[in-house]
Write a protein that binds this ligand. Structure first.
Ligand code: C5P
Length: 335
């Protein structure tokens, strides 16, 4: 397994093939298995990687490079992966994940660490332990958020001479959503998603709680974009209206919670259409697709109502996450 001049190992090659031990202790104080066995202090670093939802996703056009030109308003929510970076006594970049399918060199967090090292011609090794909670390939940006968290954490922990512009350039090379997650919170994003304008919201009470439903399928973002019809394109009007509403504290119009990818996803994937119907029947007023799906979200003013809908849907076997918007201050814990 080769990547550039650095050799990467997957879990089966590491001597640290230990089960991660976080479920028995509080999430915030969790010590991951590898870090737990380190002899010295200040040689590990914890960071959280939050999920996002897309309040709007306007697709404006198809670009010559194959990507689509977007205007999208994204918001981070309090559903997160926990990442622990530990010093390694060799030059390897190792990834150990609670989901074994995500361990190893293909994970975007490994590519993030390698990109930083290549940029600064470093050879320092690192073990990246990843406690996954954000559903994968779900339209919630989990992989992108993990990668951004590793970029921020490495810069802080290794005291790297990387400017904000350097970090954004590395992030954009890893994926369209990665730059958004460098600061998280609420942002309007343009281009293929990598041009980020931070927004200061006055979040409407009617959307205080955000209930997420993850249908039991995973979708490929590339495939969802390939299936898009030019009839689904918009001129960015929903994202502009959403920005104006959120910056003035007024409730956005339902029609402006618009995702151009939703029509195609509902038409092609009956599981998602059925889940949407179930969500509405359980009492959600408004249900929208996040990103390229399949996760659906519904806003609620009252916790009791959101919890009631959550319970009804869980009883039907659906995976639900009851969340609220978060504005992480990019906390990084050095141990
Ligand atoms: O940038 P990222 O790797 O996350 O994108 C995954 C795929 O989604 C791209 O290869 C592309 O097919 C599609 N995409 C797109 N337009 C965007 C973002 C992603 O067509 N703005």
């Amino acid at each position: 397994m080769k990547s550039g001049k650095y050799r990467l190992f997957d879990l089966s090659e590491t001597p640290y093939h230990l089960p991660l031990d976080k479920d028995s202790v509080s999430i915030d104080n969790a010590r991951m298995s590898y870090a737990h066995h380190l002899p010295t202090a200040h040689d590990a670093c914890f960071v959280r990687a939050y999920a996002k939802i897309n309040l709007t996703l306007d697709v404006l056009d198809k670009r010559a490079d194959g990507y689509h030109e977007l205007a999208t308003v994204m918001q981070t929510v309090d559903l997160y992966d926990t990442i622990c970076l530990s010093a390694s006594d060799d030059e390897r970049v190792q990834v150990i994940c609670t989901d074994p399918a995500l361990s190893g060199a293909d994970n975007l967090v490994a590519r993030a660490a390698l990109a930083v090292r290549q940029r600064l011609t470093l050879t320092r090794g690192v073990v990246i332990e990843l406690h996954k909670r954000v559903p994968v390939a779900a339209g919630l940006g989990g992989g992108s958020s993990d990668a951004a968290a590793v970029l921020r954490a490495l810069r802080h922990w290794w005291r790297l001479p990387l400017s904000e512009a350097d970090l954004f350039a590395i992030a954009a090379s890893l994926g369209s959503d990665v730059p958004f997650f460098l600061h998280s919170g609420l942002a309007l994003c343009h281009g293929r998603g990598e041009q980020v304008t931070q927004l200061s919201p006055r979040w409407p009470l009617a959307m205080r709680w955000l209930l997420l439903l993850k249908p039991a399928i995973s979708l490929s973002t590339a495939q969802v974009y390939r299936d898009l019809s030019s009839l689904d394109y918009t001129d960015g009007t929903h994202s502009r209206a959403m920005r104006a509403a959120l910056e003035t504290g007024s409730e956005p119009e339902s029609a402006d919670l618009h995702n151009c990818l939703e029509r195609g996803v509902l038409a092609r994937y009956p599981e998602v259409a059925r889940a949407r119907q179930a969500f509405l029947q359980a009492g959600a007023r408004l249900v929208r697709l996040s990103g390229s799906g399949p996760t659906l979200f519904a806003p609620f003013a009252e916790l009791a109502q959101a919890a009631e809908v959550q319970q009804k849907l869980q009883a039907q076997g659906y995976e639900l996450h009851l969340t609220r918007p978060v504005y992480p201050d990019n906390e990084i814990t050095l141990l």
